[in-house]
Ligand binder design. Structure first.
Ligand code: TRP
Length: 363
């Protein structure tokens, strides 16, 4: 039998999604969804994982479950092609995590560089929640439960996927080929790896207030683009400007394509030409920002429109999630049947396990 190609990926619902998520992952997911190359696609909200450092604020996670679902639908994830579901509604994931916990050591988890950084950033001190520390194990279960072969994710997720592969290998080694080793699909365009915030800081983050959200109005987007960080040394239009570290150009790298010039800035043929002029001097920030604004609005407008449509029909969004959870649960339950059978802990299905003892044969 030909091995199925199964995609699984997800996000922690801790805030609305922004254009950093869009270039880094969402845009690609929609392409993958529409490519027709995959047998199944699962995109889920890791609300359980979000709770590992928000357990005192479940309202935040709860409200963002709907916001993120709206963002998914707005960018073009299509529930008839992609199963959208919520992690906490799939109890099989807890069950698989329970066994996976025995296949990884504390020392191995302590070496996971992503978790290490995150623990430092959150300032847990001596009080690291066990659930947070072990979330890579639960993440391995998320992936394995759906037999995912491909996990589209950013490079920060590489250690998670590696850990999942190790756990799956160990499981299969002990109990026989049962689970699938996934591989990560990294973003292919370097401009997509990480979009800086509008203030030029390395990352878009809600706490820094430097995000452009998919749900922002046209006015908000315009205001944010206008106040974007450029080159602090570029004081007069005639001054030569720097491209490196200049957000406006980083964003253009990520979003602009050749035909945008014809539509919005016909004096230039390409982004390279625009850059050359900026570096030489004589090109003002406002002109470039106006162009970027037009490029961004063109991209965001259809997303905003679709989001508004779904927003006026929240019960349908809830129904999509409910159906998605049902579908997802069937798949995870099926994997768990195989897992229990492989581990020979399906005592009541496989009566031979008990019969052996009854017949006096101890194994
Ligand atoms: N850790 C991911 C994030 O921070 C979310 C996530 C949870 C995930 N489980 C996953 C991603 C499984 C890919 C596959 O966004």
């Amino acid at each position: 039998m030909k091995k199925e190609k199964i995609i699984l990926t997800g996000d922690r619902p801790t805030g609305k999604l922004h254009i950093g998520h869009y270039v880094g992952s969402l845009r690609r997911r929609v392409e993958l969804q529409n490519s027709g190359l995959y047998d199944r696609i699962f995109v889920f909200e890791a609300d359980g994982q979000a709770l590992t450092d928000n357990i005192d604020n479940p309202a935040k996670v709860r409200s963002n479950v709907i916001e993120v679902a709206l963002d998914y639908l707005a960018v073009g994830l299509d529930p008839t092609k992609t199963t959208l579901f919520i992690q906490s509604q799939i109890p099989e994931l807890c069950e698989l995590t329970f066994y996976f916990m025995d296949l990884v050591s504390v020392a191995r988890l302590q070496r996971n560089p992503t978790v290490k950084t995150e623990i430092g950033m959150r300032g847990f001190g001596e009080s690291i929640p066990v659930g947070f520390f072990t979330y890579p194990v639960s993440q391995a279960a998320d992936i394995a439960a759906f037999r995912a072969t491909h996990v589209p994710a950013g490079e920060d997720q590489e250690p998670m996927i590696e850990q999942c592969r190790e756990i799956v290998r160990r499981f299969n080694h002990i109990y026989g080929e049962t689970l699938t080793e996934p591989e990560i699909m990294l973003p292919d365009n370097s401009a997509c790896l990480r979009l800086p915030g509008t203030d030029g800081k390395a990352k878009m983050s809600k706490s820094l207030g430097n995000c452009i959200y998919l749900a922002d109005t046209a006015d908000e987007v315009e205001r944010k683009v206008k106040s974007m960080y450029t080159d602090p040394g570029h004081l007069r239009v005639s001054d030569p400007g720097k491209i490196e570290g200049n957000c406006v150009f980083t964003y253009l790298d990520a979003f602009c394509c050749p035909d945008h010039f014809g539509r919005y800035l016909p004096d230039y043929a390409s982004l390279d030409e625009l850059k050359v002029h900026y570096m030489r001097g004589g090109l003002g920030d406002m002109k470039v920002k106006k162009f970027l604004g037009a490029v961004m609005q063109e991209m965001l407008e259809p997303i905003r429109k679709r989001r508004a449509e779904w927003e006026s029909d929240i019960p349908s969004v809830v129904e999509i999630l409910r159906k998605g959870c049902e579908e997802a649960r069937e798949v995870a339950a099926d994997t768990m049947d195989d897992v229990r059978r492989a581990m020979k802990i399906n005592y009541f299905d496989d009566t031979s396990l008990m019969d052996e003892r009854a017949a006096g044969k101890e194994d």
